[in-house]
Ligand binder design. Structure first.
Ligand SMILES: Nc1ncnc2c1ncn2[C@@H]1O[C@H](COP(=O)(O)OP(=O)(O)OP(=O)(O)O)[C@@H](O)[C@H]1O
Ligand SMILES: O=C(O)[C@H](O)CO
Length: 598
């Protein structure tokens, strides 16, 4: 096995500055002598393709006038409640029980408070999560992370990249104070303005922060600004010594915010390839395998650049199962991909023949490294937040609103059409349990539901438990799930996977009458931005297709063009869109199914 000494035997200690020198110096720091694996020279920057969306979020784009109002929550049916959520929230339920609650027509605001509060208090401000992971003894300067301790003495540096990293960095700055010497973060375009606008001061760095902020990757695509950030992050990492500690803050969206293609691959080539793979339905594991093969910093490259400094990565997961090597393409995790893995993926999506020469060259080189995958023994990778934690918080919020809430799964994956069918069947089956009698048709549908669940390979699915809870509740129910379905783009419309899922579920629900049951399904991205749109997602009811038809909107036609956002903008003046603004977190998507007997 390759040791660090072997990998870095040619690095030049003489080129390093002492921590004190660095602290004094404003000028760019000298880089380590380059190792073979880093290949850092010769970036070729190409203009990124623009979608036409404005760069700075306007008040309107994040806070539209049709933002839904807060309605009364439905009143739980007391006789069936054995779960104890009533007694657990004595102060909440009397308020829910007043007025005409329970019989008001539903609107997206049923889901909005649940999603917003979960995002805002549970997983949102990444700060509390970060502060739970780090423990600093101010008198001794001892920093504890899990079971490891690090002595701080003007030797702490910070880098970060991802949609949730601004808030994470603000929390780190607050906690670490003067111990933090210098930092660089790469965050989405417009996020500081959005946070300021939303009054989220805790998500912002201090006025004279030691952390330099780059904003880039508009529409979650790597661009020139993100490339600049990647260069600055690499420079900071390369200047570290064995006495230093590098804190790396990572969250979803990090891949696009840390682009450093290996020459001769250009930014534009890498962008085109990842866009094509995503459009053909490649999952995030496949996408990031290719990204790692073409990048200097992904797949452990950042950890390698920082060696021999100690590295602690605090990771907010946006990938099912929280695999550290996949999240943001694992910049601090040794990559084990082979060129065969890459070619297999490219073949599978019909892209191998069309590869530019530069990509072929880099792929060929990536297998010829005689050292094999480098070690990341100097790195501690820690997951600090995930979809499962967000769902647990959303579950508490739904219960506080008077629902019997059950988490089904935090690992929803698969083609969006199958996932929509799953929710369609689930609604019918859960509805039949909620409003008996159970018919022969619903027994058949339950069999289909189990079959589909098996096909979707949902490892943590709590379907049996959820259906039992529905029977037990006998009243308002909220089934929660999370994950990241895949959309295979066929049309050139505007949308995102949450809006497409919601529209597809709406179409499923409208196919046959649901009996004496009211239903609302909501799908939202926890980062607040669904695909290249300003909405976080959308909500639907079974009447959607017929109501749309009355407005002259053909749901199937919009779906065939992957044009869900255009649909929801037109339908009822956009009232079914979920607008949260950028939330400052990113732990995949949340799917909420609300059911109540009429
Ligand atoms: N017109 C469209 N209709 C439906 N889905 C779309 C459309 N355009 C893009 N998408 C999907 O949106 C997804 C990209 O959206 P987004 O940028 O929100 O991704 P993300 O996975 O949340 O990003 P990250 O994980 O990096 O935070 C891709 O899965 C893509 O297939
Ligand atoms: O940035 C990325 O690669 C995705 O968000 C998955 O973490």
């Amino acid at each position: 096995m390759q040791t660090h000494e072997g990998l870095y035997s040619d690095s030049s200690p003489g080129s390093r500055l002492s921590p004190a020198q660095r602290h004094r110096s404003e000028s760019p720091r000298p880089a380590k002598q380059e190792t073979k694996a880093m290949k850092p020279k010769g970036y070729s920057i190409q203009a990124c393709q623009r979608s036409g969306r404005s760069q700075t979020p306007s008040r309107d784009s994040f806070y539209p006038p049709h933002r839904v109002r807060l309605p009364p929550a439905p009143q739980p049916r007391p006789s069936h409640h054995t779960s104890g959520f009533r007694s657990a929230h004595p102060g909440v339920l009397p308020a829910l029980g007043t007025g005409n609650c329970g019989r008001e027509p539903w609107s997206g605001s049923h889901g909005c408070p649940v999603v917003l509060r979960a995002v805002g208090h549970g997983c949102g401000p990444a700060g509390p999560m970060l502060q739970r992971a780090l423990c600093l003894d101010p008198s001794s300067g001892l920093l504890k992370v899990r079971d490891r301790s690090f002595q701080l003495r003007q030797n702490l540096y910070l880098v970060g990249f991802g949609k949730a990293v601004l808030g994470m960095a603000a929390a780190a700055e607050e906690l670490l104070g003067q111990h933090l010497v210098q930092g660089v973060i790469s965050v989405p375009k417009g996020i500081r303005a959005a946070m300021e606008h939303a009054g989220k001061q805790e998500m912002l760095l201090k006025p004279h922060s030691r952390v330099q902020v780059f904003e880039g990757a508009e529409d979650n695509l790597p661009d020139r600004d993100a490339l600049r950030a990647a260069v600055a992050i690499r420079q900071l990492a390369e200047g570290l010594t064995a006495d230093d500690l590098l804190l790396v803050l990572i969250s979803g969206g990090g891949s696009a915010l840390l682009p450093a293609p290996i020459p001769p691959v250009t930014l534009e080539e890498k962008q085109t390839l990842t866009k094509l793979l995503a459009a053909r339905g490649a999952n995030i594991q496949e996408l990031n395998t290719i990204r790692k093969a073409l990048s200097q910093l992904k797949g452990g490259g950042l950890a390698q650049a920082a060696y021999p400094a100690q590295v602690v990565s605090l990771i907010l997961s946006d990938v099912v199962g929280d695999p550290v090597e996949v999240i943001a393409s694992g910049p601090t995790v040794a990559s084990v991909h082979s060129v065969q893995d890459c070619l297999h993926i490219l073949n599978h999506y019909g892209l191998r023949a069309a590869l530019p020469r530069s990509v072929k060259t880099v792929l060929a080189q990536s297998d010829s490294d005689p050292h094999g995958p480098h070690s990341c023994g100097h790195v501690l990778n820690v997951i600090i937040g995930s979809n499962a934690l967000a769902l647990a918080e959303a579950q508490r919020q739904a219960e506080a609103l008077g629902y019997r809430a059950v988490v089904l799964s935090a690992a929803i994956q698969g083609d969006v059409k199958s996932v929509a069918r799953f929710y369609g069947l689930l609604t019918r089956v859960a509805g039949a349990h909620l409003t008996p009698p159970v018919t022969r048709a619903s027994v058949e549908e339950e069999a289909q539901l189990w079959e589909l669940a098996a096909e979707l390979h949902l490892p943590d699915l709590q379907l049996k438990e959820a259906l039992e809870a529905v029977v037990e509740a006998g009243g308002p129910v909220c089934l929660l799930a999370g994950g990241e379905p895949t959309v295979q783009l066929q049309g050139s419309g505007k949308g995102g996977r949450n809006q497409e899922l919601a529209l597809r579920v709406g179409a499923e629900l409208g196919q046959r009458p649901l009996g004496p049951l009211e239903v609302l399904f909501l799908s939202g991205g926890t980062d607040g931005q669904d695909g290249p749109t300003e909405a976080a997602g959308a909500w639907v009811v079974p009447e959607l297709a017929s109501q749309a038809a009355a407005e002259g909107l053909d749901v199937a036609a919009f779906l065939s063009r992957n044009d869900s956002h255009t649909f929801f903008r037109c339908f009822r003046g956009g009232a079914h869109l979920l607008h949260t603004g950028l939330t400052g977190t990113n732990v995949m998507d949340a799917h909420l199914l609300f059911l109540r007997p009429r």
